[in-house]
Design a protein around this ligand. Sequence first.
Ligand SMILES: [Zn+2]
Length: 406
Amino acid sequence: MICIECGRSVNDVYKEFGKSGSGNIRLTRCNNPNCLQIADKYVEYDFIIVFLDLFLHKPQAYRHLLFNRQPYRDFGIPIQYIKVLVVYIFFESYIKWLRLKENFDVHPKSAFLYYDWQDDVPYDRYWFIFLTAVAEFGIYVLSIMLLVRLIYSSRYAIIKYNYLVMSIILSSFGKGFLILMIIWDYPFSFNEILNLFVLSSNLIAIKVFLETTTFKAICFVNTMGKSSLTVTDIQRWYMARLKSKPILTKAVTSAALSLIGNIIAQKGIERRSIDWNRVLKFTVWGSISSPMVHFWHKILDVVTKNVPEKYKSWVKMIIDQLVFAPFINIAFYSFLAIADGKPNSILIKLYFDLIPTLKASWKVWPLAQYINFTFIPPQLQVLFGNIVGFLWGIYLTVLSSKKIKN
Ligand SMILES: [Zn+2]
């Protein structure tokens, strides 16, 4: 609990007397001699007043919602914040998609299916715009976190990054007004005005969080304008690489994802010092396996050449799971045995581990590959598989570390 006027911590914001639940409360005064005001006046206010003050950029409203509305947490972000964030991103990308359709007279047959993909970036697809918006938000938050770390690590012993992210999400509430654009036919310039509003709210929230000057807060928020450009640039650059050097690009991408995924699994989930030998093995495996997947998809294309279009994804998925899944798992265990310098242990390892591994992988890969073969443009199918593998690997680590704890 904090005093929303000065930001100092207080023991409580009100005291209840009489029977509990009787509603007899007395608001606590802040005991900071320079403040002495009521610590949190919003306790007695209607939510609509809090919201109005949020709208009017009052720092007190931000402090109230961030610090006094819910129990303090050392780690992580409450699920409500995540849900709200997903809704914002959904609105925002939907508006972008509508705008693209109107401005460029693009009329995709569907927002998701990909029939006519050649070799350009699928800018006009809803799912692509949505993912871009997710990436933009991620880069926005990461760049603010990085700046905070660079500038404030000497001043504060601990920086609560979860509260920083929460304050950014909370102050983006202006994006909720985008729903008005979807319901009524607002001009697209309304979006620009909202963006400015959200930016200035972000500014206040960061200012509250860091107790910093407006100028520094402006510097932090300024990174946003650039991040949107960067994501598009990265996409263009990546698609160009993918076209000119497909195998190398896929190998490097997969190696990078394996590297990051393995470090997250070890440091973030298993919570131990990093075993770099294991990281190296997984990274090398990532760079070997992706080219194999690349060629396998080419083989699949040839094999299913005469299959009617509507069955194609199904047939591809079934062959993939019955032929390639065992193959790639055997290759993986062989690689690990050789990398460990114990090539003789391959057969024993396969005897014990192959079937359980395959059973586990069949829980997720058939669906993932069906989606992959149906909705994802061919050039991005290996990448999609990498991302599923990345998430699946992290999920498996969470599972096994829970087992160890129990
Ligand atoms: Zn105070």
